[in-house]
Design a protein around this ligand. Structure first.
Ligand code: ATP
Length: 216
C-alpha cells in the first residue's frame, strides 16, 4: 500500500468510449468492506466497465483514467497481476474436477504443499457449510451449493477487490437473497471492496452501499 493513499478500489475519472463516442464515465472510491452498486439498463455499459477494471477491455473500446487498488495504480497491469476477483451470473465450475479440485484451482501458487492446499480448501468449504464436500462431483450439487463453491473458489485466490456482474440474477428469489447476503457478509468480514453491476434494485439494497446510476 502506498503511504497516505486511500485504501480500497478507486476508479479515477474512468471514461470508456466506443468509436469516439462516450459510453461510461465514473469516478468512485469503494472502501474496504464497502459494497457499491452501478445500476443501469441493458447495453448501458455495465459489463464493459467491469472489463476495464479487470483489464479485459475489448480493443473496440478506448479508456482513460486510472484504476487503483489500495493506492497502487494497476491500470497498466495485466489481468492476473491485478488480483481482482469477479463473479458472473453463469458461474461455471469445472465439470471434470471435483468440488475440492475446483477450489484448489483458485489457490495462489504461494500456498505450497498438498497438506497446506488441502487445509485451505477444507477451511473454505467449512466457511460455507459444505464440510466434507471436497470429493463431490459438481454436477451433484444444488444451485445454491454451486454458487457457494464458486464464491469460495474466487475468495481462495486472495483477491484485493471483488466485482459482481449480475452475479445473482439466475438464482430464484429465496436463494438469491441467501447467496447475496453470504457474499456481502463475507466481503465485509474480509475487508474487500465490492463493486457490483446490476439492473435489479434489490441487489443494490442488499449491498447497502453507494448506488450509481448509468444512463444511456
Ligand atoms: N466487443 C464489442 N465491440 C463493440 N461493441 C460492443 C462490444 N461489447 C459490447 N459492445 C456494446 O457496448 C455497449 C455496452 O455493452 P455492455 O455489455 O457493457 O452493457 P451492459 O450494460 O453490461 O448490458 P447488459 O445489462 O445487457 O449485460 C452495448 O451497446 C454493446 O452492444
Amino acid at each position: 500500500m502506498v503511504e497516505g493513499a486511500r485504501r480500497g478500489l478507486a476508479l479515477e475519472r474512468l471514461a470508456i468510449t466506443h468509436a469516439g463516442r462516450p459510453l461510461v464515465a465514473l469516478d468512485i472510491v469503494v472502501a474496504p468492506g464497502e459494497a457499491a452498486t452501478v445500476m443501469g439498463p441493458s447495453g448501458v455499459g455495465k459489463s464493459t466497465l467491469l472489463a476495464a477494471v479487470t483489464g479485459t477491455l475489448d480493443p473496440a473500446f478506448a479508456m482513460t483514467g486510472r484504476v487503483r487498488l489500495d493506492g497502487v495504480d494497476v491500470t497498466g497491469l495485466p489481468t492476473e497481476a491485478r488480483r481482482i476477483g469477479i463473479l458472473f451470473q453463469d458461474e461455471l465450475l469445472f465439470p471434470h474436477l471435483s468440488v475440492g479440485g475446483n477450489l484448489a484451482f483458485g489457490l495462489p501458487a504461494h500456498v505450497r504443499g498438498r497438506a497446506a492446499r488441502r487445509a485451505r480448501v477444507e477451511a473454505a468449504l467449512e466457511r460455507v457449510g459444505l464440510s466434507g464436500y471436497a470429493g463431490r462431483d459438481p454436477a451433484t450439487l444444488s444451485g445454491g451449493q454451486k454458487a457457494r463453491v464458486a464464491l469460495m473458489r474466487m475468495l481462495l485466490s486472495e483477491p484485493r477487490a471483488l466485482l459482481l456482474d449480475e452475479a445473482f440474477s439466475r438464482l430464484d428469489a429465496a436463494l438469491r437473497d441467501q447467496i447475496r447476503r453470504l457474499v456481502f457478509d463475507m466481503a465485509r468480514r474480509d475487508g474487500l471492496p465490492v463493486l457490483q453491476v446490476t439492473h435489479d434494485r434489490s441487489d443494490a439494497a442488499a449491498a447497502n452501499g453507494p448506488v450509481l446510476e448509468l444512463h444511456p
